[in-house]
Design a protein around this ligand. Sequence first.
Ligand code: AMP
Length: 563
Amino acid sequence: MEYSKLCDVYQALESTTKGLEKTEILANFLKKIEDEPELVYLLQGNVFADYDQRELGISHQLAIRSISKTAGILDSDVVKEFKKLGDLGKVAESILEKKKKQTALFSKQLSTKKVVDNLTKIPTLEGKGTVEQKIGLIIELLHSATPQEAKYLIRTILGDLKIGVGSGILRDAITTYCFKPKNLEEKKEFSTKVQEAYDKATDFAEVFEKACKNQLNKIKLEPGKPVKVMLFPKAKDVEDAFRIVGKPAAFEYKYDGFRVMINKDEKGWIKIFTRRLEEVTKQFPEILEYVKKNVKGSSFIIDAEAVGFDAKTKEYTDFQSISQRIKRKHQIEEMAKKFPIELAIFDIIYYEGKSLIETEFKERRKLIEKITKEIPYKIILAKQIITDDEEEVEKFYTKALEDNQEGLMGKNLSAPYKPGARVGYAVKLKPEDKDFDLVITGAEWGTGKRAGWLTSFDVSCRNNGDLLEIGKVSTGLKELKEQGLSFEEITEKLQDIIIEEHGRKMKVRPEIIVTVQYQNIQKSPTYSSGYALRFPRIKALRPDRGLDDIATIEEIEKEVENS
Ligand code: AMP
């Protein structure tokens, strides 16, 4: 397919803010790409499936250099234009537009295949001299691009298409095109099916392909291909927890670590993924060893929490102390000694070639009990009681807190596992702490003593596929230096993901998740969510979490109602 055809669709999507219109436009386009389902990735502004670990890793500085080299102008000219327009995609468009008037810059028509080929090569490049090679691949594309194509190419490599298509709209478009629902009820039914298939596959191309052939039920779990984890709503108190998960229920320690999905394949390999589907096998050699030695089975997918403890006192520590291990590439053994981890297994969703997501929780728990050999401070099962007695739960709750854990999880004994969904099959019970996980969507340069650093951060919550701002945070960073959260470090991180710049302010790709503590929430017209967090401060950086994990507007509204 010609890339220009795809760009026309981008343009049409960008010109409307209405969800229904976007769905229609997308559904019509899906008809044209039924034989090339991978083009769905480009519609998502990506070249790989969501589960895929590969990243383009192109910073906006690299994009600036690619544009300047293509047009034969100085980087500073591109930066000047960027300061004016605030969007590098538009900058590329405008510069190429001018250039086009002077020379015949386009040599040949750009195809989607060529775009995908070049972009797919980028993550394979490693080591010295690769920056130039990466730029070379982008320039080659820009050389054949029309101004409009250049706009979307640059936005694609920066990971922000600005066409307002999130996973919800894509799911609805696939539902509309593949199932042609006749009424709202049918639409809901099919769209749930598409969503469930996506949560297993984390791959919209595969979902689109199978949906068109009416084969969504053929989408299977597969070790090595991370699935979206099940998420849990909050309960107010023990009574509320029982109301949601039923009686009797299982109550487990809610460990204050980070979630790992451990995948073992029949071929013998074991891989560890975080809940944002990033592979961290290399960072945690001890988890690999514990699982290899103490969990029976030739293939499985296990859901567990990696919990830190003090090597000397054996006291459990909080998430912060082990968070630095997640992104660590060097001195892994040393870090493992300094910040040891105990693995607390709490669920299993695949065993010996079979999916267990339809199996009742109590059966899944029995299975992990059967196949795991527990060794304290290495590998354990989540501490659990099964009861219908509130008092017993209260006691267990107190004990969990005394053991430095966050609280309890209450679980419905007969519930299936729902990948990706925040359903009431299990609830979390934590002492009243006022914090939310949010994503940084913007930042501002500091002034005076803080000049040269980004010191104020816009944070956003989630509303289906959209992000809504809910406040500005500028404090809490000093204490978090250990976690890579000093102003210097966060400035460095954010500079790599800038997508727009307007004077001292900028927008960044929504990638960095932080736990934000606040005093209360107020209604506010200043932010797109309609709310503002008062006295917010950053409590922790959450490199293990992704956009699915951040607070939703419903949760914020619930909190406002309850306070
Ligand atoms: P939250 O991060 O506050 O939304 O709470 C959910 C997280 O608690 C899960 O994603 C797990 O990482 C963690 N967790 C700790 N212990 C358990 C447990 N026993 N069962 C389920 N999740 C747990």
